[in-house]
Ligand binder design. Sequence first.
Ligand code: TYD
Length: 212
Amino acid sequence: MLITFEGIDGAGKSTQIAKLVHFLTNEGVDVLTLREPGGTPAAEKIRAILLDNAHKVTPVGELLLFSASRAELVQEVIKPALQEGKTVILDRFFDSTTAYQGYGRGIDLVLLQSVISIATCGITPDITFYLDLAPEEALKRKFAKSSIPLAFEREELDRMERSGVEFYQKVRHGYLEILRQNPDRFVSFDALQPVGTLHQQITATLKERSLF
Ligand code: TYD
């Protein structure tokens, strides 16, 4: 079983994943949690290139690097874990590529789809939880955690996060398009809801669909 989480940076995926792992483990489910990009030694090195502010990366370069990291993780970790009957919970998968590199950076969606197919070997999540949040709210959340004045905040942001609010608006629009095109797999929740309410909605959805 493959469960993925999607949403713009700051939507609260990590918090919900931690709560879900705790819940499923208590239910006796054998869970493996992973995040993209990264997850194998080679993929972690690719992650460092992708997020490092010292590099400029072109949109196509970005697509191929995210896909290279994914190919490593799928072959080395995800495929074997699914074959062993584990429940894999993934913080981002190919929908991030469609939203960020496709809708965000403007790469042709048909070309992008073939790169995704190569990297994933056709593996598709059983369910994807999308936490919907406006980019302005995501920024507020990020800045609320820090006492450093706003002007210096940018120093804290990684290469992707420096792409700006307009980029994130395109990414969010992309996610909403993916939702429209995949109404069965893609389950959307308002990320502004309290953490506990969101967790209950996520576990209720899994129960309803007999996914654990
Ligand atoms: P990360 O620090 O893991 O962010 P988050 O906690 O929000 O998941 O950084 C991953 C960044 O890479 C994030 O900005 C989303 C972006 N990304 C893509 O642009 N394309 C992709 O295919 C993936 C997997 C991530």
